[in-house]
Design a protein around this ligand. Structure first.
Ligand code: ATP
Ligand code: MG
Length: 253
């Protein structure tokens, strides 16, 4: 760590819809270091997805600057992988076909990559299966493998575990943490789940209600592997809950 990979400077986004404008993001500023895991948490509708879409280059017009390796983000690119709440695998292709879609290289080499990455997400021997035959957690793991196989500079995750039951979700958090240790990929994950944000994050960015502004950025100084039942974990959980309580009160006034 130490190198800044992403700079988010005075970022603003206004959607022009019909006769009214929606200010989704007001003035967001933070940097991301190479290899860092950033969790973003905030109320529904506050602009988290919009921010990720901006970083991904999926929304083109915005104010301020998003600099990836010093270059302003203006369009989508393979240097950014995106994982959404739903897995978005193509149902008519097998797992293997989904994984190699759009990649160039010799067939045997691609197959080898498929095996390596399926192993990383604990899905060895699932290459010939269709997405419809997988559980939600398994399909989401395939989409993580698909993103990692493209070696993105940054992996952007928008509530990737939102559709999973609590137990699968916890297992998947552990798995994402393990993959991140192995791959050292810089990751930015949006979540609604405070524990998930703390469990995975080096830092947690807490957003204010709409329009999105950064409320606080919290360094999570718990050694890994982290225990969700630890006292230090409870301390961070309470701190974040307190930030939300205050911002809800401010909002109501
Ligand atoms: N394409 C769009 N056109 C118009 N308004 C939009 C568009 N996309 C998002 N918005 C508005 O911007 C605001 C932020 O939306 P966004 O989806 O970023 O919120 P979010 O924090 O991801 O919410 P959630 O936690 O529910 O996913 C909302 O008021 C939303 O209605
Ligand atoms: Mg969202």
């Amino acid at each position: 760590m130490g190198n800044t990979i992403l700079e988010i400077k005075n970022v603003q986004k206004i959607f022009h819809t019909g006769d009214k404008d929606v200010e989704a993001i007001r003035n967001v500023n933070f940097n991301v270091e190479e290899g860092e895991f950033i969790s973003i948490i905030g109320a529904s509708g506050c602009g988290k997805t919009t921010l990720l879409r901006l970083i991904a280059g999926l929304e083109k017009k915005y104010g301020g600057d998003i600099l990836l390796d010093g270059k302003r983000v203006e369009k989508a690119g393979l240097d950014r992988g995106v994982i959404f709440q739903d897995h978005r695998l193509l149902p008519w292709l097998t797992v293997e076909e989904n994984l190699i879609l759009g990649l160039e290289g010799k067939k045997e080499e691609l197959r080898e990559q498929v095996n390596i990455y399926l192993k990383k997400v604990d899905l060895e021997n699932f290459e010939k299966v269709y997405p419809g035959q997988l559980s939600g957690g398994m399909a989401q793991r395939v989409s993580i493998a698909r993103a990692l196989m493209r070696h993105p500079r940054i992996l952007l995750l928008d509530e990737p575990l939102g559709a999973l039951d609590a137990l699968t979700r916890m297992n998947m958090q552990t798995e994402i943490g393990r993959i991140r240790e192995e791959e050292k990929t810089t990751m930015i994950m949006v979540t609604h789940d405070i524990d998930e944000a703390i469990y995975l994050g080096d830092r947690v960015v807490v957003m204010k209600p709409r329009p999105a502004e950064v409320d606080q950025i919290i360094n999570i100084e718990i050694p890994r592997p982290r225990l969700r039942s630890g006292e230090d974990f409870a301390f961070y959980r309470n701190s974040i809950i307190n930030i939300f309580n205050h911002s809800i009160m401010d909002y109501a006034i």
